[in-house]
Design a protein around this ligand. Structure first.
Ligand code: HEC
Length: 119
């Protein structure tokens, strides 16, 4: 039998091409998944865009001002005598041992409003 010596190379080539094709399909699937994750990420950012003062308090303030705003390392926030603007100033610029920038500037207004209404 006269076997063509090129055939094994052709087989390898076809196999290689098939492999490349398969891997690129898999890559496509991955990139679609990544795109979806990215969309999802943007959605959670949007949700975070609706600023939630109470949630932010639990993340950033509770350690110093207490679970019931009763104070701890920092003074009680319940029934504070500070005006909304004074509170905003504390939130943005800090005060004494309270660190500055505890609330992102664009949310300071909403946070101050919320703090001023704590009872
Ligand atoms: C590292 C501890 C710490 C964290 C975290 C912290 N604070 Fe404070 N805060 C303090 C201290 C201490 C003071 C008192 C500063 C002073 O009067 O010298 C204070 C003061 C304040 C005051 C003024 C109260 C008053 O009657 O003078 C407000 C309002 C306030 N904090 C709100 C917040 C909010 C809202 C957060 C979270 C975004 C927060 N703080 C996070 C320690 C903290």
């Amino acid at each position: 039998m006269n076997r063509n010596p090129v055939i094994p190379f052709l087989l390898i080539m076809v196999f290689g091409l098939g492999l490349i094709f398969f891997l690129s399909l898999e890559g496509l699937g991955n990139s679609e998944e990544m795109a979806k994750e990215k969309e999802g990420g943007e959605k959670t950012e949007e949700a975070a865009g609706e600023f939630d003062p109470e949630g932010h308090y639990k993340e950033s303030c509770i350690g110093c001002h207490g679970g019931n705003y009763e104070g701890g390392a920092g003074p009680a926030l319940k029934g504070t005598k500070l005006s909304k603007d004074e509170i905003k100033d504390v939130l943005v610029n800090g005060k004494g041992s309270m660190p500055a920038g505890m609330v992102p500037a664009e949310n300071a207004d909403a946070m101050a409003e919320w703090v001023s209404k704590l009872k």
